[in-house]
Design a protein around this ligand. Structure first.
Ligand SMILES: *[C@@H]1O[C@H](CO)[C@@H](O)[C@H](O)[C@H]1NC(C)=O
Length: 167
């Protein structure tokens, strides 16, 4: 009887500490809502440790980056206006880099977290550069991909923050 109670207590503690890992991780994040919704939408998060959560976050960032890459290529194929066209050509090149950098970051999670952070930083810089191109004077344009550009940066930043906390 005592043993069963003890097992139950241990199970509850374990279950509880796990539920808290996502909450605790996201509470400390710069983007708590995006962190929470991204992790909770992946069933693997429930059993993941912090390293696993960082990996899941980077995989979500890669999916978002790939979607954005496709979006940019599609827009480019439909654009004839020269200034906008050049912006999209530049972003195509930048997203070509980003979809290679994020997988490199994923590969390094758990074995070389600093290198993962370094690759993540490159991806963030490239997404930020893509967004900035549209605001270049004298031919300022409204970026058609702002939401995705920002989402990519925030997802990678959340992952980096988790990785940094692991040391
Ligand atoms: C996290 O997301 C879940 C499900 O999407 C939601 O039920 C919960 O309220 C969220 N928690 C916080 C702290 O935002």
């Amino acid at each position: 009887m005592t043993r069963i109670v003890l097992l139950f207590v241990l199970f509850s503690l374990n279950y509880h500490s796990h539920a808290d890992l996502i909450a605790d991780t996201c509470k400390k994040s710069e983007y708590p809502d995006l962190c929470n919704s991204t992790l909770r939408s992946d069933p693997r998060s429930a059993k993941a440790d912090a390293t696993g959560l960082a990996r899941i976050m980077l995989e979500a960032a890669l999916i978002k980056a790939s979607t954005t890459f496709d979006q940019v290529k599609k827009l480019l194929s439909k654009t004839t206006e020269p200034v906008l066209k050049q912006c999209l050509i530049d972003c195509t090149e930048l997203y070509g880099l980003i979809v290679k950098e994020i997988p490199k970051a994923i590969q390094n999670v758990g074995s070389d977290n600093n290198e993962a952070i370094h690759q993540g930083d490159s991806a963030i810089t490239n997404a930020d550069t893509c967004e900035g191109i549209f605001s270049d004077e004298p031919n300022k344009r409204k970026s058609p991909i702002t939401a995705n550009n920002i989402a990519v940066q925030h997802l990678v930043a959340i992952a980096e923050h988790i990785l940094a906390s692991l040391g």
